[in-house]
Design a protein around this ligand. Structure first.
Ligand SMILES: C[S@@+](CC[C@H](N)C(=O)[O-])C[C@H]1O[C@@H](n2cnc3c(N)ncnc32)[C@H](O)[C@@H]1O
Length: 451
């Protein structure tokens, strides 16, 4: 009986029952995807090996209909399907953009085009693509103030900066939008709203592929490196896969080649880059479980915990850290404190008579046993402090989720999973530090025993 329940058939049954995240629900029959495929076919794209599907863990993505071997092309999208600034400059709004001084940025040109096409509805040549774009995003520009306040400090700062960037882009574009009035019967103020710009900005930020364009005389000098790639942009991110992606001058297609292959009827992933979870949440609005690139950031304010008034050289030490650019990028990872963090803590742990050894610290060499021990102790204190902070934030999230609307709950879920991932990393770090502290202690006692 046991065998039957836990055998292959049983596993399959259980998967079916509980939903295996690897198994997607085929969406290709839905009219919007049928339309999109028809539209793509007219522009020369007709691959059949990827099917749009819904996955319980990552949401919408692409599923393989046949095995993809290592080295195979996953997708090859003809230039005609790509939406770049050249598309925008060739379009009905091209002339007005070309006339506008000072020239708009490539990013604003793309955003403006997206907003205009979405507004045009059935009259838009890009309708089948616009229809499959998400209606809203989960990047921090969309977060409520309460949610932003629950983010870890380093990310909170970046999230606020992101909001400012989009706000400034909007303010700087208002008069340009007004110049587009001749193209619309409705008032442009009601079309190019701040909400619309937020949506377009997130569409570009989360979905474009990197594609360098020659600088246009009609656009500002900011880098022109974006292209929206319909269908291809349904591919989700996995930190562990390897792919090669680039526009091929030879085939004039944007091509993605698989590094490690993909089994039939499983989700095909690409890798957006070696991003940690804070970056994934900031730029793409999601968190990857078990992300090997993740780290927990220690802020300058956290370092206050490691300072003592009794230390007469504290000002000197802080100046030194600042001068040598050691106040940023201090992290804990799965393998403990980063090299930069450890070095910072070693410097802070130097005794007055050891201070002249700072060069050794910069070279990464331990100075003395007591300094080593103290820096490990400080690392453990910092780590515990970050764990406590996470615990408090998680408790708050839990309470807030109880009375949140569905969209707010989704934002809170994201912050919760980020904080849970950070908690996992910090616990690994703390375990490692405790082991090392004991090791240093044992080494110390051995040293004194044999000296
Ligand atoms: C290029 S799109 C990929 C397709 C997207 N899922 C869709 O339905 O349109 C990038 C967005 O997909 C989502 N995404 C990508 N990889 C993910 C993952 N591993 N888990 C959850 N969401 C992911 C994020 O919302 C991200 O901003």
């Amino acid at each position: 009986v046991m065998r039957k329940r836990f055998g292959r058939a049983g596993r399959k049954r259980r998967r079916k029952h509980f939903g295996d995240p690897a198994q997607g629900v085929n969406l290709s029959g839905e009219s919007q995807y049928v339309e999109l495929r028809r539209w793509l076919k007219l522009r020369g794209f007709s691959s059949t090996c990827l099917i749009p599907a819904h996955f319980s863990d990552t949401g919408r993505g692409l599923m393989t209909s046949e095995t993809i071997e290592a080295g195979d092309l996953i997708i090859s999208l003809p230039e005609k399907c790509l939406l770049s600034t050249s598309t925008v400059l060739r379009s009905h709004m091209g002339e007005l953009i070309k006339r506008w001084k000072p020239p708009v940025s490539p990013l604003l040109a793309l955003c403006t085009f997206l907003i205009s096409e979405r507004h045009s509805g059935t009259r838009s040549l890009w309708k089948p693509y616009i229809d499959v774009l998400p209606k809203t995003y989960t990047c921090p520009v969309y977060f409520s103030e309460d949610t932003v306040n629950l983010l870890p400090a380093a990310l909170r700062k970046k999230a606020l900066k992101q909001r400012e960037t989009v706000q400034e882009l909007y303010e700087s574009a208002v008069s340009f939008f007004k110049s587009l009035q001749p193209l619309f019967s409705q008032s442009v103020e009601n079309i190019f709203t701040q909400d619309a710009l937020c949506w377009a900005w997130c569409s570009v930020n989360t979905r474009t592929v990197y594609m360098k364009h020659p600088q246009s005389d009609f656009l500002s000098m900011e880098p022109d490196v974006y292209a929206l790639a319909p269908y291809l942009d349904l591919l989700n991110h996995c930190p562990d896969v390897q792919v090669e992606a680039a526009f091929s001058e030879q085939s004039r297609c944007y091509e993605i080649r698989s590094g490690s292959g993909c089994r039939r009827r499983e989700q095909a992933f690409i890798c957006y880059g070696p991003h940690d979870n804070q970056r994934l949440l900031l730029e793409y609005g999601f968190v990857a479980r078990g992300n090997p690139h993740s780290a927990v950031y220690v802020e300058r304010e956290d370092l206050q915990l490691c300072l003592t008034r009794r230390d007469q050289q504290i000002t000197q030490k802080l100046m030194f850290l600042k001068d040598h650019d050691f106040s940023e990028n201090l992290t804990f990872g799965l393998d403990g404190p980063s090299w930069r963090l450890l070095m910072t803590l070693r410097l802070l742990s130097l005794q007055p008579d050891e201070f002249s050894s700072w060069k050794r610290v910069l070279l990464g060499a331990p100075v003395s046993h007591s300094c080593e021990q103290h820096s490990f102790h400080l690392a453990a204190v910092l780590c515990q402090h970050l764990i406590d902070e996470n615990t408090k934030a998680l408790e708050k999230i839990h309470v807030m989720k109880g009375r949140a609307s569905a969209s707010l709950r989704h934002q809170l879920d994201l912050v919760e999973s980020l904080r849970n991932e950070e908690q996992r990393i910090l616990h690994c770090s703390l375990d490692m530090l405790k082991r090392d502290e004991t090791m240093t202690f044992v080494e110390d006692s051995l040293c004194s025993a044999f000296s």
